[in-house]
Structures are given as C-alpha cells and as structure tokens.
Design a protein around this ligand. Sequence first.
Ligand code: B12
Ligand code: SF4
Length: 457
Amino acid sequence: MTGSIHVDGNRRVLLVNPPIADTVEVEQQDMVTAVEPFGLLRLATHFRDAGCAVDYLDCLRDPALEGRLRRHVRKVLPCGNLDEEGISKEIHHFGLDAMLLGARLRSLPAPDVIGIGSIFTWHGDPVRETVEVCRSVFPRARIVVGGNVATLCPDEAARFGADEVFRGDVDGAVFAPTAADLIADRYTDFLRMIKGCPNRCSYCVTHCLNDDRVVARPPGEVFDELVAKKAANGTRNFILYDDYVLYRQGTYLDPLLDRIAEARLDIALEFALGFAANKVTGKLADRLRAAGVERVILALETLREEESRAMHRPHHVEGFVRAVELLKARGFKGRNLRAFYLIGLPNQTTDEILRAILFLYSLGVTPSLTTYTLTPRSGDMARYGHLAKGRALDELGPCLWRFAHPGMRVRELDAIYRYFHEKFFPLSRIMASSTADPVICAMQEILRNGRHQPEKW
Ligand code: B12
Ligand code: SF4
C-alpha cells in the first residue's frame, strides 16, 4: 500500500510522536526512548520538500517532561500464561500526559494537518488520547493517523477518532532522509537502503507492512546521504533498521560496505536488525569490519528444529556456530557479538531458554532476548490466534507474557530478561555463584550435566 497526502492548501503540518502505555520493564530495558521515530522524521523531510512548514512534537522526548518520562498508571492488566497465573502488572503512561500535551500544542502555530505516528499494536490507547487532545486544541486541523498500527489494525485505528487512518507508505517518503535537525542527538542518525523482506517468518509482520514487496535504492545514494550528513551534522553513528539487509547482497550491501571502507570515513555503522547466520561468510565478515561495523547481531530466534520449521526459519545451529567463529576471528566478540533469541513462546520451557542462554555464553555470544507477542496479521495467527481471541490489543503487550507456556512463570521470565538481556557472563562466573536464586541454580544444574551443548538437546 502506498498513497499520498494532499498538501495543497495544507501549508503547515504538525507531526506528533505520541506517548506510549506499557509496563515498567520497557523503561528499565531502555526501550521507550532508545530509538527516535525515524518514520516521522522521514515524513518531516517529505513535507518540507513539498513546500510545507513542519512542526514536530515528540511526546517521549519533549523538554516539558523535565526528565520524568513515566507519569501515571493508565490501567492494570493480567499477565502470565493464558491459563491465568493470577497476577497483574501496571500499565504506565510514558511521555506527555493530556494536560502537558494540550499546553505544548497551544504553544505551537495552528496546523492545517496533524500527522500522528504509531508503532506498536498494544500502544493504541495513548494514540487515541493524542487524537482527542489535538482535536480539542486545533478543531479545524485535519488529523491523520499513520504508521504500523494504522497499517496492521485499521479497524482499531478507526476508533481513535482521526479524520483519516492512513495505511502503508507515503509516496516519496520511504527513502527520504530523516530531518536530523529535529532530533537532539546529532551524532546518531538513521539510513535506509532496503524496505521489506522476501521471507515470511511466522511471528513477523514485515510483509504486511510492505504489501508483500521489497523496495531498495542504489547503494551510491545511501553513501552520498551518509557523507552529506556527516559533513553537515558531524554524525558519527549511522544505524540501518532495514528489514532484510542481505536482500540481493551483491547489488546492495556489498557495494555499500565497499564504498564506505574505501572512503575511510571515521564512522560507526550498525545493522540493528541483525543478519541471518546462514548467510554470513568470511567475506561478509571482512567487509563489515572494514566498513566500521562495531557490533554484529545474528538472528538465532530459536534452537529447536521443529520450532524453526514452524516459524519458517532456516534451521541453522551448525550454520550459527560457523558464523560465530567467522565473526570472532575478525574480532567481533563479547558485547559486540550478539544473537536475537525469542522468549515467552507458547510451547517453550524455562529450561529451554536457560540452555539457549548458556549455549550462547559458551560460544562467547551476548544474548539479545526478544519478548514474544502475537501480532495481528502475522503468520502466527494461524497457530496461536485462538489464544488471543476476544482480547484487546493492549492486553497482548510482550512484557505481559500472555503467550508463555503454563510452566513458565512471569517472575522467572522477568528475572531471566533482567539478568541476561544484552549482558555477558562467563560460564565460570555462573557456576561459581553461591545463591539460592532458582534461575541460577537451574543454570548450574544444566552446566553440571553439559545440557547446554547441542549434542545433549
Ligand atoms: C525500531 C524498532 C524497534 C525499536 C523501538 C522503536 C520505537 N521508536 O519505539 C526497539 C529496538 C526498542 C524495538 C523493540 C521492540 N520491537 Co520493534 N521494531 C522496530 C522496527 C524495526 C521499526 C519501527 C519503526 O520505527 N518503523 C518506522 C515506520 C513506522 O516508519 P516508516 O516505515 O518509515 O513509515 C512509513 C509508513 O509507515 C508511513 N507512516 C509512518 N508513520 C506515519 C504517520 C503518518 C501520520 C502517516 C500519514 C504515515 C506514516 O509513512 C512512512 C513513509 O512511507 C519495526 C519494524 C518496522 N518496519 O516497523 C519493529 C517492530 C515495530 N517491533 C516489533 C516488536 C515485536 C518489538 C519487541 C516486542 C521485540 C523485543 N521484545 O525486543 C520490542 C517491544 C518494545 C516495547 N515494548 O516498546 C514488531 C511490532 C509488533 C507489534 N505487535 O506491534 C515490529 C513491527 C517488528 C516485526 N517485523 O514484527 N523495536
Ligand atoms: S524476521 Fe526478519 S527475515 Fe524474517 S520475515 Fe521478518 S524481516 Fe524477514
């Protein structure tokens, strides 16, 4: 889906990154403000290029927050496996509350159009409230909600009260450079070369967000954008959130990395969504090193063969180990060599998760744990849709662990995440720990019996 927004007569556009509502863990995990809303920042450039004046209000980073991101409790929701553990978590409002938002809006010139972004399906409630406050302050403005929630769940988004729910991409904005002047950290910026992915991993919705298409632009253009941004803003960290950066690697990624390496730019390049391990070769590892990539993330996701198949992922423990060795030989290690691993899946056990973490530590890899949730329109709806039936979207937030197996308890999953997400421990340290903590004791038992090694799975 692509479309355009008429800007004729709409000379002033206000783009709003709304507040979010989530559990306290997302703040502790630094997920609320870790990544700037680069979709809106691209739209800002797009509207400016069309001759509009653009105002920008980031409800998660606004100075009026005075550093206090978490504001109030919006609701309390049950958490844990769907057989009900009988415990709940508070859902906090993060970012400008309705009063502060109203005050900030009143300080801005009246816009013709207000564009509100949306990213996570369980964050709809604050988007609805943002529409309401915008409407009360600027009753004559046309309010458009776009982004992932609008694209994936248009029926829910229609209830937010906007004049328009915009699904998919805005023509001409997909590869627009981010409006770097609107963000505070001028040393970090976002580049995009490829949007979409030819694969269909069952838990992922990239194909729905991109209408089953992959679009890409010449690596030379990306390189020119990078050089221009470095010169104009002194940007040093360039992050690509490209869905599948290995798409037609010989045409896109390889030439980009070669151009960057040849130019000897003093930059750090990051591919934040990682690489499929079975595609990592010695040559790719050399190129990443030469281009100034400091950290590599491998997408492992699961160690179980039947689960890999059900997820439509290549089963690649051997390929994974081989990729790790190739990368370690090029100096990627410890915190700079990570692997995505999904936790909280319906048919997983705590033992399986602990074995996987220990396996990664044994290889010298840092686990990047990703909390599972079921996303509407993902392939997993066919397997697990019945578990979510009748539940509102915000009841499915990943930190609520609603899809966990009845044997996996909330406290354990929270502890595992807190202890091990993006942290590296040598196995000897875990073994030597004198503690009664059941998670650590279970790990010590696994280590004593060597059950973290593939031959014992
Ligand atoms: C960056 C990112 C993150 C960042 C945070 C993002 C943020 N700023 O908050 C981090 C790393 C923290 C993260 C974490 C997680 N993520 Co994430 N993440 C992404 C990613 C890669 C990009 C999100 C983004 O900014 N997109 C930019 C979009 C919105 O902009 P764009 O494409 O350039 O925009 C175009 C259109 O959308 C449209 N548009 C966009 N906005 C607007 C606004 C208006 C008004 C209009 C008209 C048009 C419009 O026009 C643009 C130009 O064409 C997405 C995948 C994806 N491609 O979206 C996953 C994704 C959002 N994440 C996902 C998941 C599951 C997670 C985690 C649970 C994983 C985990 N446990 O670690 C956590 C949850 C964090 C939490 N609880 O808050 C899922 C979400 C599923 C869902 N149910 O919502 C996604 C969709 C991945 C996937 N493929 O399934 N994530
Ligand atoms: S998880 Fe990654 S490889 Fe799989 S479909 Fe999504 S973007 Fe593609």
